[in-house]
Design a protein around this ligand. Structure first.
Ligand code: SF4
Length: 241
């Protein structure tokens, strides 16, 4: 979509029994702390942001599916990991789906830009329980703006920053480029100083081989210099969805 997608705001006060989904598919998780794990991906529709490098299709084949339908599909696979991604998965109330999936023994990993947290009180505490007490849900936040919701700050298990070919970084080695406009600088939200969450740097998949190679070299250099972990998009290397 490369920044051309119509942006969509969060769905408020929804019971989450039905969700707008683009695709459900089995693959390997190619990014972040669970990279290499067999997983079923649930790609949710829509995003409130329009990153200029976004290569994810979260618009076409959109359909409204019930939590039960999604859970039944997931159960036809043997993958114990379910990745809720997007678009922005936290734009919709995904708590009932997390509840159903974890009840059936799945681990749910949420990939989010970190802007939102469920607004219904009961759902909010449910999600915190699933993350903190039971460890059945984990969050990987990839900040795309200077703001990350305080609850995401508190519960993120890992942070993932996209390193571009042309971008700049601060003295800590983290990106300083706006994800919405490549000509602007922006300090993307950082983990709290007390956070123990792992930080990953992921080279941007530019549309040009040269730029992608430059981004890879920058990311590797920053990881070596600052002790971050490298996240490669393994699924792309392997030709998986
Ligand atoms: S936040 Fe993610 S899904 Fe949304 S536009 Fe940016 S890269 Fe694409």
């Amino acid at each position: 979509v490369f920044g051309k997608n119509p942006t969509e705001m969060p769905v408020r006060h929804d019971d989450g029994q039905q969700l707008d989904v683009v695709d459900i598919f089995p693959t390997l998780q190619g990014e972040g702390p669970l990279s290499g794990s067999p997983a079923t991906f649930v790609r949710l529709a829509g995003c409130h942001l329009a990153c200029y490098f976004c290569d994810t299709d979260f618009l076409t084949n959109r359909k409204r599916l019930s939590c039960e339908f999604i859970a039944e599909f997931v159960m036809t696979r043997s993958n114990l990991l379910v990745v809720l991604t997007g678009g922005e998965p936290m734009r919709q109330n995904i708590v009932p789906l997390c509840r159903v999936l974890t009840k059936h023994g799945f681990h749910v990993q949420i990939e989010t830009s970190g802007s939102f947290w469920p607004d219904a009180l009961s759902d909010r505490s449910d999600l915190e329980d699933l993350i903190s007490l039971k460890g059945q849900v984990s969050i990987v936040v990839s900040p795309k703006t200077s703001h990350v919701h305080p609850k995401i700050q508190e519960h993120a298990g890992a942070w993932k920053y996209i390193v571009t070919a042309e971008g700049s970084h601060d003295s800590q080695g983290l990106p300083l480029s706006s994800t919405q406009d490549p000509t602007r600088r922006c300090t993307l939200a950082r983990p709290h100083v007390m956070s123990n969450a792992a930080i990953f740097l992921q080279p941007c998949d530019h549309q040009s081989t040269l730029d992608s190679e430059t981004a890879r070299r920058r990311a590797v250099g920053l990881c070596q210099e600052h002790g971050f972990r490298l996240s490669l998009q393994l699924h792309k290397i392997l030709g998986l969805p």
